[in-house]
Design a protein around this ligand. Structure first.
Ligand code: C2E
Ligand code: MG
Ligand code: MG
Ligand code: MG
Length: 286
């Protein structure tokens, strides 16, 4: 065993590890053709106002309709797409499809002003071409810029300087909204945050999970105080706050009393195909 633990030897001798690696590279190798064959699909998850239950936005979440594996979630292939660089083309497809769908919703339900929120990988956000890509997509689809929100992770924006920071400002100048995704899980530099042209913080699921709800005295009150503090911080910076991974009505109620603006999670509805969002808009309009 001591010998097997030598540097690099696991790659040769650990059969499980190499099986996983093989599966990983097979998945990665299939990505470009999958994109060409149109095997990716977007699901949309409602983002709901905690005060009145109105659906303010939907987040676009990509899935791979794999011919053998069925519906594959993004956690299994986004990282691979980032490593291989395919994320740029895949990301452009996501952006285009999300804006087309959002344009269709806006046409049918103009009074709703439904925002579509699209995740950007760090690699996309770092590329100065992102500004032209977004401007082109808006022009082609006719979606008003203020109905598009781009989600960036803390690590993608913290410490950006020079060109990437200019890109964020140019994106904001286009009129699109910028949100920090999974806020609180990365490292945040508050002095820096204050200078970013962002509109929204999305509080990461683990904080929401830990908030106290009626009859539950085991939950860690510190999480609740953190949510309280983060909401106050966001509002002091004139940012909206969305709580992620809201799973119960009690959590939604507590978040509302903590003045959180919007919520997203199974309690408000899971990610669903575009048609189900359309149906929900029809139902809500009635
Ligand atoms: P995210 O942007 O933080 O998206 C939220 C994730 O939480 C989604 O996972 C969603 O399905 C899941 N979720 C929804 N409701 C609940 C709930 O009540 N509780 C909990 N615990 N989770 C909930 P999903 O769809 O598997 O996506 C995972 C991640 O993959 C996303 O996290 C995002 O970072 C990435 N991703 C998804 N689509 C794209 C994309 O088009 N481009 C890029 N770059 N990344 C994407
Ligand atoms: Mg998943
Ligand atoms: Mg997101
Ligand atoms: Mg998130």
């Amino acid at each position: 065993w001591a010998k097997a633990e030598g540097r690099g030897r696991w790659a040769v001798y650990d059969p499980e590890r190499s099986a996983a690696d093989i599966a990983r590279s097979a998945l990665a190798a299939g990505l470009p053709a999958a994109l060409d064959r149109g095997e990716f699909v977007l699901h949309y998850q409602p983002i709901v106002a905690l005060l009145d239950g109105r659906m303010q936005a939907v987040e676009a979440l990509v899935r791979w309709r794999h011919p053998e594996l069925g519906l594959v979630g993004p956690d299994r292939f986004i990282g691979l797409a980032e490593e291989t660089g395919l994320i740029v083309r895949l990301g452009e497809w996501v952006l285009g499809q999300a804006c087309r769908d959002a344009r269709a919703w806006h046409r049918e339900f103009p009074e709703q002003r439904l925002v579509v929120s699209v995740n950007l990988a760090a690699r996309q956000a770092d590329d100065p071409a992102i500004v032209d890509t977004v401007a082109d997509v808006l022009r082609r689809t006719g979606l008003p810029a203020e109905l598009l929100q781009l989600e960036l992770t803390e690590s993608a924006v913290m410490g950006t300087a020079g060109e990437p920071l200019r890109s964020l400002h140019r994106l904001a100048d286009l009129g699109v909204r910028l949100a920090i995704d999974d806020f609180g899980t990365g490292y945040s530099n508050l002095a820096y945050l204050r200078r970013l042209p962002i509109h929204c913080l999305k509080l990461a699921g683990p904080f929401v999970e830990g908030i106290r709800t009626d009859g539950d005295d085991t939950a860690d009150h510190r999480d609740e105080r953190i949510v309280d503090a983060l909401v106050r911080l966001a509002h002091a910076l004139e940012l909206w706050v969305t709580a992620e991974a809201v799973e119960t009505g009690a959590q939604a109620e507590r978040l509302r009393s903590l003045r959180c603006d919007t919520g997203q999670g199974r309690w408000f509805g899971p990610p669903v195909p575009a048609e189900q969002i359309t149906a929900r808009l029809r139902g809500g309009a009635a």
